[in-house]
Design a protein around this ligand. Structure first.
Ligand code: AMP
Length: 618
């Protein structure tokens, strides 16, 4: 049995180089790494400060950029120059967000409603990718300052529902910030990893990740098996979160005070102060029965009971979304093995209780819900760094897998970037009469000619009973399992003859080698297309010569001598064209030969059919 390796992961990296995990959040972002002493993930923070960096960017008059806590302070004093929630704009057009346009206090350009949005600050325009890159740059600098080492590589998390364009935009933002983004990981996957889920390859579990942050709510149902996370469904509300709870408390206080919402609008400083008090109250009520304070001499009071009543509809909405996500995944509550809590707002006891009641089991909430995604990203980064050798978190194949077909062409069965595990089957046939065996050569790579790709394995399917060319049905199946091990099976379906080999991960393909293979495929794309066309034309020509020859041998008596001469001349011309590298010439000669043979081929077929019918007559 042949055992040849495919390194499905992106390749091993030097140990010394640090790879950080980044949670690029809508409200807050943070960086985590594996602590070299304890081997445990930790969120990075400066002394006495929070690990959370508000995802807010402030541009001063001189276009200097400030990101984080200080920028957040400018939301009230300089709203036009302060950008928050840039993540909500990633990969979006103005039409996508126009219903929520009032949410953004800064200027979003609408002159091209279909194109990607831009934000205007002063006389400068910024794309969401630019804005995200400013946040990432700040995170990179902070990490470098704390770790006292350059940080060039990162794993960044995104919501499970992000589409390819949004993932690519996040990657681009990383690159702009000077980061090599090794992996984009789904936030719920990262959160699960932080709870150790998926680190045991034999584990099979269905996980619900409930993520209620400051401004967004997501529920994701994941299936984990063989170390692979699959997103079964997602649901949620991109405009629902802890901020809404704060607003509900503000309204409750305003109603009791004789003030109106108009007063809030008129007095931005007061509005901000009361909102901050409301957030304080909410946080206080997570561990106390009532909250009492005062603002400008007025009493602010709220009990946990009243707070729970206020937020009940909001919590109910999230539970309904959990039901919808289960339905989409075609699962029942009982099918969920683990519930993971993510986001600061899951600290609210009513939220925790409601989720636990809905799923009928205790929730996982021991890891800090603000940090859990970044911590999981750090675990993923560590796996990529090769420090966790037992475990490769694989999700896609980096290079295409296929077999050699006629003329040395690569026939791809599993294209690159396919999800794994994966299996594909395709049928082939023989091209010679009585051919008793067929050689299966397995290749990896992006080029059209197998000779430019990497050969992984080769085997013969033998014992095919003698049949005319084209009659045997040889089904070749590729089964790529979660460990990146490829099983290749060839089976002749008429006779049942079969042969299987295992192509196992062993050979190391470094990042550089992988990159080179992909680059080569792009550089040679045009040449490859030409070569493929030529090879295909040649194969067609050769096959036509063979079938014509056979036909003539069998049916010479039915042909006129002129037909024989014409055919012979045309075959010679085709034979000659095959030796020249001109696909158009070959095609012309193929057509010419077909043109000559078509009339007599039809005639002979009719004769044969008529003879057969006659024979059947009684
Ligand atoms: P995140 O977007 O995950 O950073 O979550 C931020 C949200 O969590 C904000 O709305 C915070 O007010 C809220 N939050 C943080 N701590 C608590 C707490 N102890 N109790 C209730 N809500 C909290």
């Amino acid at each position: 049995m042949a055992k040849i390796g495919i390194n499905i992961a992106t390749g091993s990296l030097q140990k010394e180089e640090i790879i950080v995990g980044i949670d690029l959040g809508t409200t807050n972002s943070l960086v985590a790494v594996i602590h070299p002493g304890t081997n445990q993930p930790v969120a990075l923070k400066e002394h006495n400060s929070s690990s959370l960096v508000p995802s807010v960017i402030y541009f001063d008059e001189n276009r200097n950029i400030t990101v984080g806590e200080e920028a957040r302070g400018k939301l009230i004093t300089a709203p036009q120059h302060t950008i928050f929630s840039a993540k909500r704009l990633i990969g979006k057009s103005f039409n996508d967000i126009k219903n929520n346009a009032s949410f953004f206090s800064y200027k979003i350009i609408d002159d091209d409603p279909e194109g990607l949005v831009k934000v205007q600050v002063g006389d400068k325009f910024y794309s969401p990718v630019d804005l995200s890159s400013f946040i990432l740059k700040e995170l990179k600098q902070r990490a470098e300052h704390i770790l006292k080492t350059p940080v060039n590589k990162a794993v960044i998390t995104v919501p499970a529902y992000f589409n390819d364009a949004q993932r690519q935009a996040t990657r681009d933002a990383g690159r702009l910030a000077g980061l090599n983004v090794l992996r984009i990981v789904n936030e719920p996957t990262a959160a699960s990893l932080a709870y150790g889920l998926g680190l045991d390859k034999t584990e099979e579990k269905t996980i619900a990740v409930y993520d209620l942050g400051g401004g967004t709510f997501d529920i994701s149902i994941l299936r984990i098996s063989n170390g692979i996370f699959e997103v079964l469904s997602t649901n949620g509300d991109t405009y629902l979160g802890g901020d809404d709870m704060d607003n509900l408390i503000v309204s409750y206080w305003i109603q009791g005070s004789g003030l109106s919402k108009e007063d809030l609008k008129l007095n931005a400083a007061f509005a901000q102060s009361i909102r901050l008090k409301a957030e304080l109250a909410k946080i206080h009520l997570s561990v106390n029965e009532s909250f009492e304070d005062e603002l400008n001499g007025d009493k602010l009071l709220i009990t946990k009971l009243s707070f729970n009543e206020l937020i009940q509809p909001l919590v109910d909405k999230t539970i309904a979304a959990c039901g919808a996500a289960l339905k989409d995944a075609a699962l029942k509550k009982e099918d969920i093995d683990v519930v993971v809590m993510v986001g600061g707002s899951t600290r609210v006891p009513l939220v925790k209780e409601s989720v636990s009641n809905f799923f009928g089991k205790p929730v996982n909430d021991t890891v800090n819900p603000d940090e859990v995604v970044a911590l999981g990203a750090a675990i993923q980064a560590d796996i990529l760094a090769g420090n966790n050798k037992d475990f490769l978190l694989l999700d896609i194949t980096p290079l295409s897998l296929g077999i050699e077909t006629m003329g040395g062409l690569m026939d791809v069965l599993i294209p690159r970037n396919s999800k794994i595990p994966n299996s594909v089957a395709r049928q082939y046939t023989t091209h010679k009469d009585g051919q008793g065996g067929i050689k299966i050569s397995v290749y990896q790579g992006e080029r059209d000619m197998v000779s430019d790709n990497r050969k992984l394995a080769e085997f013969n399917l033998t014992g095919i009973p003698g049949m005319p060319a084209g009659l045997p049905k040889v089904e070749v199946s590729f089964m790529l399992n979660a460990d990146g091990i490829l099983m290749v099976k060839a089976k002749e379906l008429r006779s049942g003859v079969e042969q299987t080999i295992e192509v196992k991960s062993q050979l190391d393909l470094t990042d550089q080698a992988l990159e080179k293979m992909l680059l080569d495929s792009i550089t040679h794309a045009k040449d490859d297309m030409d070569t493929r066309a030529l090879v295909e034309a040649r194969t067609t020509g050769e096959q036509l010569l063979a079938t014509t020859e056979k036909f003539i041998q069998k049916n010479a008596v039915y042909l006129t001598s002129e037909e024989m001469m014409q055919t012979s001349a045309s075959m010679q011309a085709l034979q000659l064209s095959l030796t020249m590298g001109d696909k158009d010439l070959i095609q012309t000669k193929v057509e010419a030969l077909n043109e000559i043979s078509r009339p007599y081929a039809e005639r002979v077929m009719n004769l044969v059919v008529a003879a057969a019918m006659k024979g059947k007559e009684v």
